[in-house]
Structures are given as C-alpha cells and as structure tokens.
Design a protein around this ligand. Sequence first.
Ligand code: GLP
Length: 231
Amino acid sequence: MFVIKTKNYRELSKRACDIIAREILKKPDLTLGLATGNTPLGLYKELIKEYKKNKIDFSKVKSFNLDEYYPIKKKDKKSFYYYMFKNFFNKIKIKKSNINMLNGETKSVKKECLNYEKKIKKNPIDVQILGVGVNGHIGFNEPGSDFNSKTRLIELTKETIKRKSRFGKKVPAKALTMGIKTIMKAKKIILLASGKPKAKAIQHLIKTKSDKDWPVTALKKHKNLIVIINI
Ligand code: GLP
C-alpha cells in the first residue's frame, strides 16, 4: 500500500489525475473502473481539463462503474448514470459502447449481475478508482459484506441512505454493486479519501487488520494499492 498525503483536495484530485493520465498514455485502451460521490468530482474535473488540453485521449478507453441504485431510472438525477454523464462522459470523447454501467432499470437483477461479471472478465479492470464511505464501504459493499462477494443486489444501511438522500430526494434502499472480490481483481486501485469523516475508515485501512465490519480493509491484501488522502 502506497499512501500519499496531500495538503488539500485540489492536490488530491491532481495527483490522482496524473497517475491515470500516465496509465492511459502507457495503455491507450486502458479499462478504467469509475466511482461516484463527491470525492471523485475533483478528479473528473482535472481529467476533463487535461483532455481539453489534448493531454489525454479517451477514445479507446473502456470504463466500468462500481455501482448504481436499484431500482432507478437512468434519467433520474439521483442515478449514478445521470451523475457520470453530467460530470464526466458528456465532457470527454469516449465511445458510448465502451461505457459499462450497472442498469438500475433491469428487470432481471441476476442476469444483469452475471453479465456485468462476464464483461469485466472479458475486459479486466486496469485501474480502479475508489472512494470510501464514512462506514468504510467501498462501492456499495456495506459493513459485513463478504470479501469474496461478486456483483450483486444489496440493501443499503440506514446511515448510507440518510447520507445519500439530500434535499428531500430519498435514494432507493437497494443498489447493484461490484463485489469486493470483483474490485480486488483490478490490477491497480487508487483509493481517494477527503475530509475528517473518512479518517476512521482510513485509520482502519492503514492501522488495523482486515475486518468485515470495515469493507475498505479488504484492500490491505491488494498488491498495487495507492491511497491518496486529504484528511
Ligand atoms: C457512495 C458510493 C461510493 C462512494 C461513497 C462515498 O456510497 N457508492 O462509491 O465512495 O458513496 O461518497 P463521497 O465521496 O461522496 O463521500
């Protein structure tokens, strides 16, 4: 595990952007695992800036998002589909056919999850961007999630629902998420954490042993983990 402590959120975003830009330069058809939430917004802004300066070419890049609420319509402003197109995909030139997201409108959850795992097997994730929940969740793998879990439907904790429901817009109580085992298969993982509320989760990751109550601690076993923190 390689830990980078930055002096502010902007530096955290720029450091993560530099690593990803280098990886895409080395492998133009890189497969990128993407996260949502507030933390990666600064990174997406930096990546868009570099793209506009012709420093990054996304035309051959493939992407897989970690998770999506369920059930939810793509056009719902609370969906991660909406978030990704608004904050990233609509602002860079990436092939729509290379974008992979769990479908919050699927009628068959089991088939959706199996297909997602198959697609990832066919296009293994080279670099996975991760945030971390205050309760130590990664993707939507909540505390108690099995470290051998695969892509599946999960129940969100009350704390996560409360945290994610803002301005009266309640998020669904369930979500589709890549499993911990799925995440761990990525060749490189970049974990981003910003702000005091994440300190406890990061402390567990760095200072304690693997613990199912803190899903982020599963990452301790990953051979190529970069943790960029501004806490
Ligand atoms: C959600 C997402 C996670 C994200 C977490 C933290 O649960 N499913 O992928 O890491 O929130 O979000 P934030 O970065 O807004 O704190």
